[in-house]
Design a protein around this ligand. Sequence first.
Ligand code: FAD
Length: 495
Amino acid sequence: MNRTQPFSLVWLKRDLRLRDHHPLCNAIALGNPIVIAYVIEPWQHLDGHMRTRHWRFIMQSIEDMQQELGKFNHQVTICQADIVKLLDAWSIAGLSHIFSHQEIGLAHSFLRDKEVLGFCNRSNINWQESPYGAVLRPLSNRLNWRKHWYGRIKEGVYDPDLSSLETLKLPKSQLAELPYQISNKALPSKWFTEHKRFQKGGEKLAWYTLHDFFKERGKHYFGNIGKPERARHTCSRLSPYLAWGNISIKQAFQVARQHRNRDGWARSVEALCSRLSWHCHFIQKFESEHEIEHRPVNHAYQAFEYDNSHASETMLDAWKTGNTGIPIIDASMRALIQTGYLNFRMRAMLVSFLCHHLNIDWKRGVTHLGSLFLDFEPGIHYPQFQMQAGITGTNTIRIYNPIKQSEDKDPEGIFIKKWVPELSNVPKEYIHEVHLIPPIEAQLIDFDVEKDYVLPIVDVNERAKLARDRLWQFRKRMDVKAEAKRILKAHTVPN
Ligand SMILES: Cc1cc2nc3c(=O)[nH]c(=O)nc-3n(C[C@H](O)[C@H](O)[C@H](O)COP(=O)(O)OP(=O)(O)OC[C@H]3O[C@@H](n4cnc5c(N)ncnc54)[C@H](O)[C@@H]3O)c2cc1C
């Protein structure tokens, strides 16, 4: 009679790498045969945040792991199934342990994890979860969080000895392969079609990007961070690699620190290290209050009055597609649609325009924008979106003037002309507000703003004034202030 051999599952999620991988190290230490698997779950297909760009990045990351694991006769097994059904079937085949990172994800993954835990308890399967970055679960206050962050980020990395990986051999009489395995051919071919405008996934490229940043291009990071065109080259561009776990925050931070005493690099290194800590800080917020996926962190803002009129639908659509008639807004949205990347300032400006100038509910734009970010990370995206929408009651309300941003951050209109090509002949004097081009100038370049582009959907100054009055008025409410106190207590890291 064939006896089932106990085996371990290393369940990959947003940790698509082979180095600094605590769960993989733990699985190897246990000594059982190991299956490293990525499971595509039904809810992910229905999740509005996920687009082809993300699946492509995930598949590229897995392919990179396959190349490395192949050297050790191992592989990543790709499966498609409801995870509990899969675990049920695999437990019959001998699954005894699961090793994974904690996932600080959307409500779906939170509920899924609860089901998995229930199943493991019922079936006597041991599930060991390793912390994600420096995020603590659970956490009641932030008093010692900074100390904890530094401690976690400076500790040694978990590099597994891949030569010790033992592969699972299924008894021939039982199963040809584990249930729910799926071949690449059965997945949409567009997930495997490279797209040159998007960053490509994989651990090797993550390291290349990090080292390349410290060769030269990152030296002017700090000065260019707000400029939409330059930022594409001088920012670290690590975000998708961090979001999908091709590199860990700890790895990135430890490399960054090595450069802090280099001549001329101090400000850039400091700025990058701060942002790497913000990464965990924001995800910690989301971990502690994940309900903000569906409601404002400041509960009082549930009563805030947004424009829900029919006309707001048309304006929302103009925002989503980059056809608002405000060149810097349209260039930002179109760059994002076509490349999956946008620098921080322009992301903030897009949200400010949606929620302040158009007075459209943040909930109507948050999924769309997240789905365009190749680096979509729920724990950063949701708190950042709400902050920029001015509904925390704790942060300074910033209503970005898109015309001023355009003049300051893209004075020559290089970014605008690249992504809104119909404006490529417009002289730079008029590029920030093309509807103001004098008729004679327009005639000289054979340009008709209404026909060739679009008139602004709102008067920016007028709308900003209305937004300011609305927002500051609301902020005086007692319930907003009471909630602000609670938020500061729960989420603020003492200096
Ligand atoms: C509305 C809005 C939504 C956002 N959504 C996301 C998201 O889904 N995923 C995401 O990774 N970033 C998000 N950000 C933060 C920031 O814009 C991006 O991390 C950054 O632009 C990515 O480019 P980079 O890797 O070149 O960043 P760099 O400036 O080189 O920073 C290095 C890393 O630090 C982290 N980081 C940088 N800025 C921030 C910040 N403000 N808050 C938290 N972490 C930060 C990121 O992990 C980033 O990769 C959002 C910002 C806004 C305003």
